[in-house]
Design a protein around this ligand. Structure first.
Ligand code: HMG
Length: 390
């Protein structure tokens, strides 16, 4: 049975910072961000947006089109959790009016957990083909101001409706796995910013990719050039290029590697370059980018995926685009969100970054910024209050 993605929709904040202005403010050569990292703009979340508002905003177009009948599983993947106990998925469940006969849970393993969510959603709909599952991944990538990781921040969410007999992409069963206990990137409970050993993290990412690819190859015998396109977890776009280069080398393809990278990976990175890292959502925003930008139709074409979450967990897997998939895309909505963002000055970005919200849990009202259809209006009695924006 085919199981996979029936719809995919993403959302990112209405505010962004042009990294050229950040480079000027930090006294860094703009080419380091633009060419060295491959990042040009980063999304900045206003104080009244969080993983719940972004996740619900990502899912809304899908539910507006198809309704919520049959959805009996909501998996929310994130590493920017807003509560130690209650799943962010339950806030979203309420905002979206999902059926009460539904399992809802939050999953965490750095940037990897959306992939497990997708796999579990496929198993769930395979067990009951009349059911549907909603997978949401949402994160805010936040590092220290003025540190080397600062230009790789970003925020966003992706929502995927998973069904048996999907309209966009059917997932293959084979997958290559690699798990290892390492400290390349982590965020202790008492910190708002991640701690990262940047250079080590890129090496470990590539090692994990090699191991997962080897495992996948043992099962399938497939080669890299068997895939029409390849999507990678993209903390910054050049990481995906390095990843593809590594696999091309493993396959003994060392000439024309730039051409292969442009051809197999380029279209998947367009959104990431102007949004930044979205942690658990990143790989699937790359998929949305590929689907929205692919110059030639990808009907029946094989696509590979590498999902990576620091700590670390890597998974290499694949899927096949369904014939006619273009009819099921939200390309215009995605482009509209990106095209109508408000660009911040560096001072405005730092003010938002430095805004401290009282941690006593009593009464706090958030100023209203530009948001999607939902916003965090306030906190009272230790409860986060969300509202629909008319
Ligand atoms: P850095 O030390 O500022 O950068 O940090 P660099 O000096 O290594 O320079 C970066 C690149 O720019 C280099 O290219 C330079 O040569 C080039 P490379 O050698 O890598 O090809 N460069 C220039 N190019 C053109 N013109 C110039 C110029 N100057 C330099 N003038 C680092 C970079 C990525 C380490 C930092 O941004 C960082 O710590 N980022 C966060 C960690 C990260 O993203 N790691 C990636 C793998 S781990 C992962 O993906 C998981 C994650 O998403 C979290 C999760 O799982 O939850 C992060």
């Amino acid at each position: 049975m085919n199981t996979g993605i029936e719809r995919i929709s993403f959302y990112t904040s209405r505010y962004a910072l042009d990294l050229k202005t950040l480079a000027e403010a930090r006294g860094v050569d703009w080419d380091k961000y633009r060419l060295g990292l491959g990042q040009e703009v980063m999304a900045v979340p206003p104080p009244d947006e969080d993983i719940v508002t972004m996740g619900a905003s990502a899912a809304k177009p899908i539910l507006d089109e198809l309704g919520c009948e049959g959805i009996d599983l909501l998996l929310f993947a994130t590493e920017s959790s807003i509560d130690q106990s209650k799943s962010a998925g339950l806030f979203v469940h309420g905002l979206l009016g999902l059926p009460s006969r539904c399992r809802v849970v939050e999953l965490k393993q750095a940037c990897y957990s959306a992939t497990l969510a997708l796999r579990m959603a496929c198993l769930s709909v395979a067990a009951n083909p009349r059911s549907k599952a909603l997978v949401i991944a949402a994160d805010v990538a936040r590092y220290e101001l003025r540190g080397p990781a600062e230009p790789t921040q970003g925020c966003g969410a992706v929502a995927m409706l998973v069904t048996a007999n999907p309209a966009i992409l059917a997932l293959d069963e084979a997958c290559g796995l690699h798990a290892q206990d390492v400290m390349d990137f982590w965020r202790p409970n008492y910190r708002d910013e991640a701690v990262v050993d940047g250079k080590a993290s890129t090496r470990i990412y590539l090692h994990s990719l090699q191991q997962a690819w080897q495992h996948y190859r043992e099962q399938t015998g497939r080669h890299l050039l068997d895939f029409s396109r390849c999507c990678y977890h993209s903390p910054f776009t050049n990481m995906a290029c390095k990843a593809h280069k590594t696999l091309l080398k493993e396959e003994g393809i060392e000439d024309k590697d730039e051409e292969h990278i442009e051809c197999q990976v380029g279209e998947s990175l367009r959104y990431n370059r102007i949004i930044g890292n979205t942690y658990s959502a990143s790989l699937y925003i790359c998929l949305a980018s590929l689907l929205d930008h692919a110059s030639d139709g990808l009907d029946n074409q094989a696509v590979s995926f590498f999902s990576y979450g620091s700590g670390c967990m890597g998974e290499f897997f694949s899927g096949r685009n369904i014939e006619g998939y273009r009819q099921a895309l939200y390309t215009a909505q995605h482009r509209d969100i990106i095209a109508h963002r408000t660009l911040l000055t560096v001072q405005q970005y730092e003010d938002i970054y430095n805004l401290t919200i009282p941690r006593d849990g009593w009464d706090y009202t958030f100023s209203q910024y530009r948001t999607g259809p939902y916003r965090l209006s306030g906190i009272s009695g230790h409860k986060r209050r969300y509202e629909a924006v008319s």
